[in-house]
Design a protein around this ligand. Sequence first.
Ligand code: NAD
Length: 292
Amino acid sequence: MSTIAFIGLGNMGRPMVAYLLKAGHQLRLYARRPEVFQHEAKPLLEAGAQVFGTPAEAAKDADFIITNVMSTADVAEVLCQGEHAVIQQAKAGAICIDHSTIDPTGTREIAATLAKQGIGFVDAPVSGGVKAATEGSLVMMLGGATTDIEKVMPIIQCYAKTITHIGDVGHGQVAKLCNQIAQVINIQGIAESMRFAASNGADLQKVFQAISGGMAGSRMLDLMGPKMVSRDFKAGIEARLHAKDFFLVKEAINKAHLDLPALQTVALQLEKLMDSGWGMDDTSSLLRVLEA
Ligand code: NAD
C-alpha cells in the first residue's frame, strides 16, 4: 500500500480519495477551504484520511502526490511556488499526478521544476465528469515517462477504467483539450439544431428522437438533447469548466497561429454564456445563448 497526498477536494477529488481509501492506501489531505472537512469531506476522515495544514506538509513522506485543483496557476502554486508548496517537502523519487485540466505548456514547466528535485510528474486529466468519478469509471489520458506511468498505474486504476498513455509530459493535457474541442463544438451543433427546429415550429422531442437514430446520433446528443428539449439547464457538466478549457485552447492556438474556426466561434458563445451568469449551469445553456 502507498502513502498518497491528495490536494483539491472538490467535486472530482472527493470520490477519487474515497476509492483510494477503499483500496487501503494511506491518505494525507490538504484543502484550501478547511471547512470542507466539516461537511462534504467528513466521510473521508471517518474512513481514515489525515488532514494537513499545507500542501508541503501533506506531501512529506508521500510516495504519490495527487492534485485535482482548477487552473494552470493553481497547479503551479500548489506544487512549485512558495514556502508551502509540495516541492518544499516532497521526497526525491515521489511522483506527482495531476488530474486538473490545464495548459500543456504550463504542465511541462511544472514538471521540469519538479524534476530538478528528483520528483516525477504525470499529467493525467480525466473525462466522464462527476458521474464517472463516483462510479470509478473515469477515462484518463496520460503524459509522462513510461517508468513513471508504470508506477502510477495501480493508483489511478482505483478510479479510472479506460487509461491511455498518450506520450511525454503535456500530451495527456493535449488529448484532454482535444476531447473538449470535439465535445463542446458538438454541444453547440446540437443547440443550433434545436434552435432551428424551434424557429420552424417543429416538435423538439420528435426532432431529437428522429435525429438521434440517424447519423447525427452521438453520446453527446443523448446527453444534451433531452436537457435542451425539457429546458433542464441544471448542471451535469458545469459550463464554467468547459469555458475555462476553451479559453485555454484559444490562447494556445492563437500563439501557434493555428486556424480552428469552429472553436473560435464556440469560444465566443461560451463567453456570452459566462457573461449571462450561467457558468454554474449546464453547457446545454448554449441554447439559451442562441435564444438571447
Ligand atoms: P471544484 O471547483 O469542485 O473543485 C476544485 C477544488 O480545488 C476546490 O476544492 C478548490 O478549493 C481547490 N483549489 C483550487 N485552487 C486551489 C489552490 N490554488 N490551492 C488549493 N486548492 C485549490 O472543481 P472540480 O469539478 O472538482 O474540477 C477540478 C478539475 O478537474 C478542474 O481542472 C476541472 O476542469 C477538471 N474536470 C472537472 C470535471 C467535472 O465534470 N467537474 C470533469 C473533468 C475534469
